[in-house]
Design a protein around this ligand. Sequence first.
Ligand code: TMP
Length: 220
Amino acid sequence: MSGLFITFEGLDGSGKTTQLQRLAASLAADGHRVVTLRQPGGTALGDRIRSVLLDSKSEAELGAIAPEAELALMFADRAQSLKQVILPALDEGSIVLCDRYTDSSEAYQGAGRELGADRVLALHQAVCNGIQPQLTVLLLPPLEKSLARARRRNERHIRKTGSDENRFEREGEIFYRRVHEQYETIARREPQRVEVFAEEASIESIAERILDVVHKRLER
Ligand code: TMP
């Protein structure tokens, strides 16, 4: 792996996708080769898995998705994107920016669905060979703010496409509180890898700080 692998994490509506896009644009303008992708998604197989997992109509067609099945599908998506996109891009020296990765499974399935972090990490070892990013940008503004933003975003998405991606966003506040707390646990456990942006600063100032952190990693 000669490139740099960076993941973006946070609750739905935390602003991570906006920050990922800004970082991608800044790095590309500096002349870096940048590859961006999201999980679930980012490959043809992953896009199919994404629509099964995220569309709230899925359950009407397929029946309730078992939490264990949800976890396994997240890792099926991840295995495919590692092999097809992430590892080849890192091998050719690109900077890979991935919108969500295993921390999301630990937070949402491990804590949110209460399957347990240990189970998720064991699966990560088995399926992803334990491959972790060198840097994770964790956007963790106050929970209420993220939830309100996610709801607005989903309403826009329904108006635009007629379909929704809110199977997760229907979850209640208790679910999201567990997710939020697990992200805090991950950040405390792995301070070298995880940089937390928790305060309510402007998009511009957070973008500048993220770029700063990434420049420092590139100098290492
Ligand atoms: P996003 O692409 O808008 O961030 O949404 C993806 C949704 O999928 C979000 O609600 C979190 C959820 N998710 C998991 O529950 N586990 C995972 O491992 C991943 C990658 C996403």
